[in-house]
Design a protein around this ligand. Sequence first.
Ligand code: NAP
Length: 249
Amino acid sequence: MSLPQQNRVALVTGASRGIGRALALALAAQGAHVIALARTQGALEELDDEIRRTGGEATLVPCDLRDFDALDRLGAAIHERWHRLDILIANAGILGPITPITHATPKSFADILDVNVTANWRLIRSLDMLLRASNAGRAIFISSGVAHRAIVKPFWGPYAISKSALEMLARTYAAETATVSNLKVMLVNPGPLRTDMRAQAMPGEDKLTLKLPEEIAPKIMMLCAPSWKETGQLYDFPTDRVLSFRGPE
Ligand code: NAP
């Protein structure tokens, strides 16, 4: 019996832990060849062991997303080996300090924008032709509810700004590819999940009250499926709904 993602190639950024790791394992379990990117080589090797134990396949890319030239080289390497990319999960992100926007340092502001926004633009730029070459290309960008909540979430400044920018990046890409390719581009709001980033953001929280990254994985697998039809929308995990964007015309 063939698996849902059999013979498909998926790149997952931030695959070393948290949500990205859970998605990498879920994709491998569905038969995809997973290209797993993160900085921590040891954690990637552990992921690789786990994928292989269950009969899956992975290629490891130990890389800092701020090395933009490396992202160009990654596109070239994927082209050489597979001539296409079926799934991009742009998941890696950093939180930075939770602080008044006037207190953010130039270095932390630049780092957050580099990892959460510019690297994703560089990935789109490097991988666009490969995603279009797939018969059912899927690009998923992991955002956050704070992209929409300046009033109820003050002090999440640079992170919230970066996720707003990420959403416009993904929506722009969706609009530009909608009628000329089979590519579907989706955003995801995971809501609070039990990961290192959430613990950093909310150190006093009882983490046992939070859902695990493994719980969102089957939902994101639906967005990765060749049968998925929507593009340029936001999947909201806390309400399990696909939301359209609305604003002034
Ligand atoms: P996490 O546990 O902190 O994991 C972040 C991942 O990103 C790690 O694999 C990390 O790997 C990778 N990463 C960070 N900086 C990188 C860099 N410069 N180059 C390459 N990889 C880098 O976070 P998470 O909670 O799973 O978050 C995943 C995504 O979900 C993020 O975009 C986050 O904003 C979003 N999100 C999370 C929550 C939540 O409650 N957890 C809520 C809303 C949105 P290395 O350190 O090994 O490089």
